[in-house]
Design a protein around this ligand. Structure first.
Ligand code: ATP
Ligand code: MG
Length: 463
């Protein structure tokens, strides 16, 4: 490979001034020369693209001189002795199949691209991420470094949980992450869930349950929401479901955690219902299954080893008690659920519900829902329902009165509450209703819980 092969344009439209340009090219050529017998960048098997194209794309985008220097360190410390092909070229990173010829061990080397273009839509994951907030650097290299570090730390967290299958994280150097390689042999990568050859309906249902249990274990044990969970970021390896690609994963108190979790649930349900054509559970039920603490979720679940650690069998038995989606209504409820504003931490729920929540006697899903959206939802939908519930609107008035101050509805209340939830209110009634809600709020403020008391309860509620 001569130096002319590697234009120094890092693929992000920036060009260097001449002197830097030539020295970079020379440096790059030297390093590659030094390792040329160790670095084969050919794309792997299936979609083999011509050597030149793969090479140029890779070098332009991923192997800049600085990255090559760090790669040199990984060679020098003996972790790997050869890069033997490119498994995947993604938006943000390329994955290479590597090995240590002495030990015979195989590794996946994930090299993050340093061009700034790929990182513009990452901020929503980083903003509010207290573990990295202070390091929200604008410098693309620093951003890439933080991102790779986040993936490495999250992968370590996953790998420390015995019930979760994930590639073992080995080494991190700047934007290069070395991990265990999941292979079917001869260097071929094990298939993504999307490409797995399911042998029958039972196996599809098995992996669906595995995905749901995985999300609960990630949330309850690793305190993480994956935030990009799909059939592309899971692999079937030795008949087990492996999860990876956790650079964007966030903790439950991240401002967007509940939204990311609902996105993951929707992605999983879509894959199994649309592509694999099986019946799936309502998203709201899955959400409750994932976020609800053990003693609340399994309070009424009869099971002989209920108090033991949550095993996969135990969680599977519980899932089998849930009813699958079966009607248009279920679909509609999922749409509503997706649009609701969910608070992501105990600090954001209303005082009056706090006591109920902290001794675990309210449904942790519905009552975590911000009232504003429900009211908005009621009124928005009232127009549609106005015609067919006009006749019975008067007898509902009194129901409405005694609940007017309670903007939250528990699941049961919602289910058997007459549909005056969606009853449209005319102007005076709306004014009267508003008045009542204001009075109720004023009443409430009198018995407001002091901040330090609330703090203590939050601590207790988290144990
Ligand atoms: N440890 C591994 N062992 C085997 N194959 C792997 C491993 N890690 C990743 N891969 C393969 O590489 C692909 C891309 O990996 P990953 O999702 O982590 O990178 P990415 O930057 O998110 O890429 P993309 O943008 O395509 O999702 C995976 O879908 C998988 O097929
Ligand atoms: Mg990925």
């Amino acid at each position: 490979m001569s130096s002319s092969d590697y234009s120094d344009d890092e693929g992000n439209g920036q060009t260097f001034n001449n002197s830097v340009h030539t020295s970079n090219a020379r440096e790059k050529a030297d390093i590659l020369e030094r390792y040329s017998d160790k670095i084969n960048l050919d794309m792997f098997a299936k979609h083999r693209i011509t050597r030149d194209k793969a090479l140029r794309a890779t070098v332009n985008q991923v192997l800049d001189p600085r990255t090559l220097r760090f790669l040199g360190k990984i060679f020098n410390n003996g972790t790997i002795t050869k890069i033997n092909g490119c498994v995947s070229t993604g938006k943000e990173a390329n994955i290479y199949y590597s090995e240590n010829e002495q030990s015979g061990k195989e590794f996946a080397v994930k090299i993050y691209k340093t061009s700034i273009l790929v990182f513009k839509d990452r901020t929503r994951y980083v903003v509010g991420e207290h573990r990295f907030g202070e390091k929200q650097s604008k410098n693309p290299r620093q951003m890439v470094k933080n991102w790779a570090e986040k993936e490495f730390r999250n992968l370590k967290r996953l790998h420390s949980e015995p019930l979760i299958n994930s590639p073992q994280p080995i080494e991190l150097r700047e934007n290069i992450l070395v991990m265990e390689y999941l292979t079917i042999g001869k260097g071929e990568p094990s298939p993504k869930l999307r490409d797995h050859d399911f042998k029958d309906l039972n196996e599809i249902i098995h992996y669906y349950h595995e995905m749901l249990i995985l999300m609960r274990l990630l949330f309850q044990k690793c305190r993480l929401v994956h935030a990009d969970l799909s059939e592309y970021n899971t692999i079937v390896h030795q008949d087990k479901l492996y999860v990876f690609d956790v650079s964007q994963s966030v903790e439950p108190d991240h401002p967007m955690a509940m939204d990311f979790l609902r996105m993951d649930i929707k992605n999983v349900n879509d894959f199994f219902s649309r592509i694999k054509k099986i019946n799936v559970y309502p998203e709201r039920e899955i959400f409750k299954f994932i976020i609800t603490p053990h003693d609340i979720l399994f309070k009424d679940f009869e099971h002989d080893n209920k108090d033991a650690e949550e095993t996969k069998e135990f969680l599977l038995d519980y899932l089998n008690t849930l009813s699958l989606k079966s009607s248009e209504d279920d679909e509609f409820n999922d749409e509503v659920f997706r649009s609701l504003h969910l608070v992501s931490s105990l600090h954001n729920i209303e005082e009056r519900d706090f006591n109920k929540f902290s001794n675990g006697d309210i449904d942790t899903l519905v009552d975590l829902v911000g009232s504003v959206k429900i009211n908005k939802y009621e009124v928005e939908n009232a127009e549609e329902d106005e015609d067919h519930n006009e006749e019975d609107s008067d007898e509902e008035d009194d129901d409405d009165e005694d609940n007017s101050d309670d903007e939250f509805y528990s699941d049961d209340e919602r289910k058997n509450k007459p549909n005056n939830l969606k009853r449209f209110q005319d102007k005076d009634e709306k004014k009267l209703h508003k008045q009542q809600v204001k009075e109720a709020a004023r009443e409430n403020r009198k018995s407001k819980m002091k901040k330090h008391v609330k703090k203590k309860l939050v601590k207790k509620g988290k144990k």
